[in-house]
Design a protein around this ligand. Structure first.
Ligand code: GCV
Length: 715
C-alpha cells in the first residue's frame, strides 16, 4: 500500500515534466500561452466566421482553432453569421460584406496570396482574411497565426501578400534505403521506416503544417542521386500516399529520377533521349504516375553530373534530355527541374563549367523545364560569389538552389543561421540589365519573362525528434521558407519571428539570441574559409579541415589543393584574366571589379586571385596576418556566442538550453580545430609567424593530420 502511494506521488511529479518536456518536435508551431499583454490583444477575436471549403480550408480552420486554444487559451466560437463575428475568413467575404478596397486588394494577390484587413462592418471593427483560392486562405490563416505568435498588434491591418516565387520547394536527398545523403538529423522521414505509415501520419502532419506555415508548396521526396527503383509501381504508390497526405496543405510531391531508368528498370536497350522507344517509355511512366497522383509536380534530374547518367552518354545535349521528359509531363502540367550542377575532372576551372555548358543552351529548353542552379559556382561553400549563370539565360526559366542542410557549415553541430548567406546571394547585383538586376530579380520573373519562377532548398530534415539535429537548424528551414515566399524580408526580422515562435518573447532573451544568430554565419566563414578560400574540408565527410589531403589518383577538383593553391609564393585561385578567366562570365562592372585585386571585395579575394603572402590588404596588414586575424576572429566569435548563450540559463526550458549549450561547446572546440589546421598548414608555405599578440595554436599540425575523423557521431 505504501509502495503504491509512493509510486502515485512519483507519477504525479513526473507527469508535469513529461507534459512540459521540450524536445523541439513542435518546431515553431508550439502554441504555448502568449504573454498576457499579447493575449489581451487577441482575446476579442474568438468569434469567427470561417467560410466552409475544401480539405485545405479545413486544415486552416483546425490550425486557427489549435493556435487560439494554445496561445490564448480560448476556444474559437465558429459562427455562421458575419454580423456576430469579429474575424471573417473566406474567399467570398467581399460578396457578403461591404469591405472597402477588398476586391482591389484581391486582384493583387494572385493564386496563392492573401489579404488581411481591418474593416468596420455594421459599426463594428472586424478583421478579414481573404484570398482568391483555398491555398491563399491557408497561407493567410497561417500569417495571422504568426502575427499572434510574434505579438503583433491586430489593429489597422492592411496586408496584401503575394509570393515572389511560384514554386517553393524542399529537396530531400533521401535514399530509398532510409539513409540521407548529407543528412545530419537521422535517417529519412520518408523511406524504409519501421513504423507503419498510419502510425506516422501525425508526425508527417507536423512536417506539412510547418511547411504550409511558411508557404513551401512542393517537396522532392528522394535524392537527386536517384535510385531507378523509385519509378517502379510500388514506389509510385508510396509517393501517392504521401501526396494524399500533403495535398490539403497545398504541398505537391515531386520525384528525382535517374536518366537511365528506361534501360535499368524498363529493360530497354538504352536510354537515348532521341529514340522513340525511350520517349514512349517516359510517356507511359508519366501516365502511370498521374493516374495515381493527378497533381504530381514533376521530376528533378541530376544528369551527367558526378557519375550520374545523362543525355551526353548518347551524344545528346542537356536540352535534348530535359525536353524529352518535359514532353511526357507537359499534358499534365508537370515540370522538369534540370540541375546545372555539372563539372568534369578534365575540364576547365570547375567554377566555370556549368556556365560553359548551360548558357549556350539558352532558349533551347521547353517551357516546362526549369534549370536549377546552385547559388554559387562551386558547391554550397560558406561563402561563394553568386553563380554567373544567373542573369545569363534570359530565355530559360532558372531557379536557385540553396542548401539548408549544412554539408560545409558544420553539419548539425554548428550553429550557422543561413538567411544572411541566402540574402547575400539573392541581393547580389548581376548587372545584366543594368544596376539593380539582382539574382532574386533575374529569377523571380521581374526582369525576364520566364514561364516559371521557382526556388529550392536542400532539406536538413531527418528522423531526429527535433527534426533538424540542432535546434537552431530549425531556423534555417523556417527562414528558407520565408525567403522563398518573399526574398525582400530581412534576415534579422525573420530570426526574431522564429525566436519568438520557438523560444520566448522576453526581450532579454530575443535580443542576445538574435545577436548570436546574425553573427553565426560569418563566424563559420572566418574559422573555416575566410577571404574567399573554399573547399578546404576533408575528402569523404566534408566536415573537418583537411587542406593537405592528397589521395592517389583522386579527381584533382575534389582535392583542397586544387582550390587553395598554397605555395611559398602565396595562396588563392587565380580566376582573373591572367588565370582561368572565370571573371569573364560576370557582366561589367563586376568583371573588372573581380579581376583586379585592388577592387575585388576582400571577402572573395582568394576566390578570384592568387596573391603573395606579403600582399598588402586594405587594413595595411599582410595577407598572411589578415588571414590569421580572420581565423582567430572566427574562433572568438563562437566563444562570444557561447558566453551569450550561457547567460540565458533559466530563461527557457532546461532541455533545449542544455542541448544548444552542448552543441556550442562542440562548435567552439572545432572552430579551434579548423583555425589551427588551416593556419599551421598554410604556415608551412608562408614561413611567417602567427602574430605574437594572438593566442598560440593549441594543436600540432602533425597531430591534426593524423586525426581519424569518426563520422558516426555526426549522422
Ligand atoms: C547529392 C555535392 C555533395 C553531394 C551531392 C552533390 C549534388 O557534391 O557532396 O553529396 O549529391 O553536391 O548536389 O548533386
Amino acid at each position: 500500500m505504501r509502495l503504491k502511494k509512493i509510486l502515485l506521488i512519483l507519477w504525479m511529479l513526473i507527469i508535469p515534466l513529461i507534459a512540459f518536456s521540450e524536445t523541439g518536435e513542435r518546431l515553431w508551431l508550439r502554441y504555448n500561452p502568449l504573454p498576457d499583454d499579447v493575449q489581451a490583444r487577441y482575446a476579442g477575436l474568438v468569434s469567427v466566421y470561417f467560410e466552409p471549403g475544401s480539405s485545405t480550408v479545413n486544415v486552416a480552420r483546425d490550425e486557427l482553432n489549435k493556435a487560439f486554444r494554445g496561445l490564448i487559451g480560448g476556444r474559437l466560437q465558429f459562427q455562421d453569421n458575419i454580423k456576430k463575428s469579429s474575424l471573417l475568413i473566406g474567399k467570398e467575404i467581399s460578396s457578403k460584406a461591404d469591405v472597402d478596397g477588398l476586391d482591389e486588394a484581391l486582384k493583387k494577390c494572385g493564386s496563392e496570396g492573401y489579404v488581411i484587413k481591418s474593416a468596420e462592418i455594421g459599426g463594428r471593427n472586424k478583421i478579414i482574411i481573404s484570398a482568391n483560392t483555398d491555398a491563399g486562405i491557408l497561407y493567410g490563416t497561417f500569417a495571422f497565426i504568426r502575427m499572434m505568435q510574434t505579438g503583433r498588434s491586430p489593429g489597422n491591418l492592411n496586408i496584401i501578400e503575394k509570393p515572389k516565387y511560384d514554386l517553393r520547394l524542399l529537396n530531400h536527398w533521401d535514399n530509398l534505403d532510409g539513409t540521407v545523403e548529407r543528412g545530419y538529423a537521422g535517417h529519412s522521414i520518408w523511406w524504409n521506416r519501421e513504423k507503419d505509415f498510419d502510425d506516422l501520419k501525425e508526425h508527417y502532419r507536423i512536417y506539412a503544417r510547418a511547411n504550409a506555415s511558411v508557404g513551401i508548396n512542393g517537396t522532392v521526396l528522394n535524392n537527386v542521386n536517384a535510385d531507378p527503383q523509385v519509378l517502379t509501381h510500388d514506389y509510385i504508390e508510396k509517393f501517392a500516399r504521401f501526396a494524399d497526405l500533403l495535398r490539403p496543405y497545398n504541398i505537391k510531391v515531386y520525384m528525382s529520377v535517374n536518366f537511365s531508368s528506361p534501360a535499368i528498370i524498363g529493360g530497354l536497350e538504352d536510354s537515348d533521349p532521341l529514340r522513340e522507344e525511350v520517349r514512349q517509355w517516359w510517356k507511359q511512366k508519366v501516365a502511370e504516375i498521374y493516374d495515381l497522383i493527378p497533381d504530381f509536380g514533376g521530376f528533378l534530374v541530376k544528369a551527367n553530373s558526378e557519375g550520374q547518367p545523362g543525355p551526353q552518354d548518347y551524344g545528346r545535349t542537356h536540352a535534348e534530355g530535359a525536353n524529352m521528359m518535359a514532353e511526357a509531363l507537359e499534358p499534365y502540367g508537370g515540370i522538369v527541374m534540370w540541375r546545372a550542377f555539372v563539372y568534369s575532372p578534365s575540364g576547365d576551372d570547375r567554377a566555370k563549367q556549368a556556365y560553359n555548358e548551360f548558357v549556350p543552351l539558352d532558349g533551347k529548353f521547353h517551357e516546362n523545364v526549369i534549370v536549377q542552379v546552385k547559388n554559387g559556382p562551386v558547391d554550397f561553400q560558406p561563402r561563394e560569389p553568386f553563380s554567373p549563370i544567373f542573369g545569363a539565360m534570359e530565355h530559360t526559366s532558372l531557379m536557385i538552389e540553396f542548401q539548408i542542410t549544412q554539408e560545409y557549415l558544420g553539419f548539425s553541430d554548428h550553429l550557422a543561421y543561413l538567411a544572411p548567406l541566402q540574402k547575400e546571394c539573392l541581393e547580389s547585383d548581376t548587372y545584366v540589365k543594368g544596376p539593380g538586376s539582382t539574382v532574386a530579380k533575374t529569377t523571380d520573373g521581374s526582369i525576364f519573362n520566364q514561364a516559371h519562377s521557382a526556388i529550392a532548398g536542400v532539406a536538413n530534415i531527418g528522423r531526429d525528434i527535433n527534426w533538424t539535429g540542432h535546434h537552431f537548424a530549425q531556423a534555417n528551414w523556417y527562414a528558407y521558407g520565408r525567403l522563398a515566399w518573399d526574398h525582400t524580408l530581412a534576415a534579422d526580422n525573420i530570426a526574431v519571428e522564429w525566436v519568438k515562435m520557438t523560444f520566448s518573447h522576453a526581450p532579454d532573451f530575443v535580443q542576445p539570441v538574435l545577436n548570436i544568430m546574425m553573427r553565426s554565419r560569418e563566424a563559420v566563414v572566418n574559422y573555416m574559409t575566410p577571404l574567399g578560400l573554399h573547399h578546404l574540408m576533408g575528402w569523404g565527410h566534408h566536415y573537418g579541415p583537411e587542406p593537405w589531403t592528397d589521395i592517389e589518383n583522386a579527381r584533382p577538383d575534389w582535392l583542397p589543393r586544387y582550390y587553395h593553391n598554397a605555395s611559398e609564393y602565396g595562396i588563392g585561385f587565380d580566376r582573373s584574366e591572367s588565370g582561368s578567366n572565370a571573371v569573364e562570365q560576370y557582366s561589367e562592372p563586376l568583371r573588372s571589379m573581380f579581376n583586379n585585386p585592388g577592387t575585388c571585395p576582400e571577402n572573395l579575394i582568394l576566390w578570384f586571385h592568387h596573391l603573395p603572402w606579403d600582399y598588402r590588404m586594405s587594413s595595411g596588414l599582410t595577407l598572411w596576418d589578415e588571414l590569421c586575424y580572420h581565423y582567430y576572429h572566427g574562433v572568438e566569435e563562437v566563444r562570444l556566442m557561447q558566453k551569450k548563450w550561457d547567460r540565458l540559463a533559466g530563461m527557457i526550458d532546461q532541455e533545449r538550453f542544455d542541448h544548444v549549450q552542448h552543441k556550442l561547446k562542440i562548435q567552439a572546440r572545432e572552430a579551434v580545430w579548423w583555425r589551427d589546421a588551416c593556419l599551421l598548414y598554410f604556415q608551412t608555405f608562408s614561413g611567417m609567424p602567427i602574430s605574437y599578440e594572438l593566442e598560440r595554436p593549441t594543436h600540432d599540425l602533425q597531430e591534426l593530420m593524423e586525426l581519424e575523423f569518426d563520422m558516426t557521431h555526426h549522422n
